[in-house]
Design a protein around this ligand. Structure first.
Ligand code: NAD
Ligand code: MG
Length: 392
C-alpha cells in the first residue's frame, strides 16, 4: 500500500483527494492528515480514515484534538506546528501538497527533500521559490506532479518534462486557459463595490476562498503563469493566457508542426488528482463523463488587462525573476486577506500590489532565508498600505 499524506486535508483539494483515495482503499494507506485549525473537520476525517498522524498548525488546536481523540480511543498521533507538518511530509511516500499560500512552502519542500512523489497543488511555493524548489526536486530525485488543472493538462499534453526547455520537445508555446472568473463581464465601474461572497462565487469551480478571490482578479492565472515557467522550464514569453469561459479545455500545448493538443474534461479537481496519484497509469476518479453535445460550444477570448491588472503584474514579476514573484505573492496574500475581511475594496488589490512592487529592490535569492526575508518585508509593506486604500 502506498503511504499518502495530505497536507491541507480539510480544504477543497484535500477533501477531493480523500474522495478519490476512498475509491481505491486497497491501494492507498492514508498516512497523515493535516489542517490549520479546523479541529472538527479534522476530527471527523481522522475517525473516517484512521491515519497514523494528524497535524494541526496551531498548538492549542492540536492539544484539543489530542484530547478528543484520546476520549474515543483513537490510535492516531497528533503532531503540531510547521515541524509536525514537515515530519509527516518527509515520512510519506506520496504527499499531496494542498496547504494554501506561503505556509505550504516548508512542508512541501520537506516532501521534496525526502525524494518521494509530490503532488503539487500549492502553487505559491513554486511562485515564491521556483529556482530553489526545482533545484531541490532535482537534487533529491523527487517526482513532481502538477495538480493545478492547467499544469496537469499541459503535463498530459507533453511527452514529459525536459530540463532543456520546450524547444527540446518540439513545443512552440503553451496556451494557459482561464475562465475569467465571476467578473469577466461585470461593468468595470461596479467592481469597486463587489463583496467577498460575490468574488468567491466562481462560475465553474468550487475552491477555497483565497484562490477564489485570485480567480476573480485573475491573479490566479498570473501565479499559474509563473508556476508554469518553473514546472516546464520555459520563459514567460512562451506562455499565452487564453480566456475560455466554459473551463472544459484545461490548457493546450502547441507544437512546431502546428499541432495543438488540449486536455479536456469536467471542471472537477478529482481528474488531475486521480491522474497524478495513478501516474503513469490511470484510475477512476468519480468524475462524470463530459457530454460534448450538451456542452455545445467552447469560446475563447484575449484577457482584458485593464479589467485584470494582476495578470500584467504577474507577467512583469515572471520576467523580472529574482524575488519579484515572492514579493508579489506575499503582497497578494495580505491584500486578499484584507479584502476577505472587508478592509480593502476589490479594485484596490492590484493597487496595493503595484505599490509594493514599485518600491522593491530585486535580488536573486541564494537561499530560502532570502525568500523568506523578501516575503516578510513585502507583507509588512502591503499591510502598511491597506489603511490608505481602505474604502477609497
Ligand atoms: P482551502 O482554503 O480550501 O484549504 C486550505 C487547506 O490548508 C486547509 O486544510 C487549511 O486548514 C490548510 N491551511 C491553511 N492555512 C494553513 C497554515 N497556515 N498552515 C497549515 N495549514 C494551513 O484551499 P484550496 O482551495 O484547497 O487550495 C489549496 C491549494 O491548492 C492552494 O495553493 C491553491 O492555489 C491550490 N489549488 C486549488 C484548487 C482548487 O480547486 N481548490 C485548484 C488548483 C490549485
Ligand atoms: Mg488552476
Amino acid at each position: 500500500m502506498e503511504k499518502v499524506a495530505i497536507l491541507g486535508s480539510t480544504g477543497s483539494i484535500g477533501v477531493s483527494t480523500l474522495d478519490v483515495l476512498a475509491r481505491h482503499p486497497s491501494q492507498y494507506e492514508i498516512f497523515a492528515l493535516t489542517a490549520n485549525r479546523s479541529i472538527d473537520v479534522l476530527f471527523d476525517q481522522v475517525m473516517a480514515h484512521a491515519p497514523r498522524y494528524a497535524v494541526l498548525r496551531d498548538e492549542s488546536s492540536a492539544s484539543q484534538l489530542r484530547q478528543r481523540l484520546k476520549e474515543v480511543g483513537s490510535d492516531t498521533e497528533v503532531l503540531e506546528g510547521e515541524q509536525g507538518l514537515c515530519e509527516v511530509a518527509s515520512q510519506a511516500e506520496t504527499v499531496m501538497a494542498a496547504i494554501v499560500g506561503a505556509a505550504g512552502l516548508m512542508p512541501t519542500l520537506a516532501a521534496v527533500k525526502s525524494g518521494g512523489k509530490v503532488l503539487l497543488a500549492n502553487k505559491e511555493s513554486l511562485v515564491m521559490a521556483g529556482r530553489l524548489f526545482m533545484q531541490a526536486v532535482e537534487d533529491h530525485g523527487a517526482t513532481l506532479l502538477p495538480i493545478d488543472s492547467e499544469h496537469n493538462a499541459i503535463f498530459q499534453c507533453m511527452p514529459g518534462i525536459d530540463r532543456r526547455g520546450l524547444g527540446a520537445q518540439g513545443v512552440r508555446r503553451i496556451l494557459l486557459t482561464g475562465s475569467g472568473g465571476p467578473f469577466r463581464q461585470r461593468p468595470l465601474d461596479s467592481l469597486a463595490a463587489v463583496t467577498p461572497d460575490e468574488a468567491c462565487a466562481h462560475p465553474n469551480w468550487s475552491m477555497g476562498r483565497k484562490i477564489s478571490v485570485d480567480s476573480a482578479t485573475m491573479m490566479n492565472k498570473g501565479l499559474e503563469l509563473i508556476e508554469a515557467c518553473w514546472l516546464f522550464h520555459c520563459p514567460p514569453q512562451k506562455i499565452e493566457v487564453v480566456v475560455h469561459p466554459q473551463s472544459v479545455i484545461h490548457s493546450m500545448v502547441e507544437y512546431v508542426d502546428g499541432s495543438v493538443l488540449a486536455q479536456m474534461g469536467q471542471p472537477d479537481m478529482r481528474t488531475p488528482i486521480a491522474h497524478a496519484l495513478a501516474w503513469p497509469g490511470r484510475m477512476e476518479s468519480g468524475v462524470a463523463t463530459l457530454d460534448l453535445i450538451m456542452q455545445a460550444r467552447l469560446d475563447f477570448e484575449a484577457p482584458d488587462e485593464q479589467r485584470f491588472p494582476c495578470l500584467r503584474l504577474a507577467r512583469e514579476a515572471a520576467e523580472a525573476g529574482g524575488v519579484a514573484s515572492a514579493v508579489l505573492n506575499a503582497a497578494n496574500e495580505v491584500a486578499v486577506e484584507a479584502f476577505l475581511a472587508e478592509s480593502l475594496p476589490f479594485t484596490a488589490i492590484p493597487r496595493v500590489l503595484e505599490s509594493v512592487m514599485e518600491c522593491f529592490e530585486n535580488v536573486e535569492p541564494t537561499s530560502l532565508d532570502d525568500v523568506k526575508a523578501a516575503d516578510r518585508l513585502a507583507r509588512e509593506r502591503a499591510a502598511a498600505l491597506i489603511p490608505e486604500y481602505k474604502r477609497g
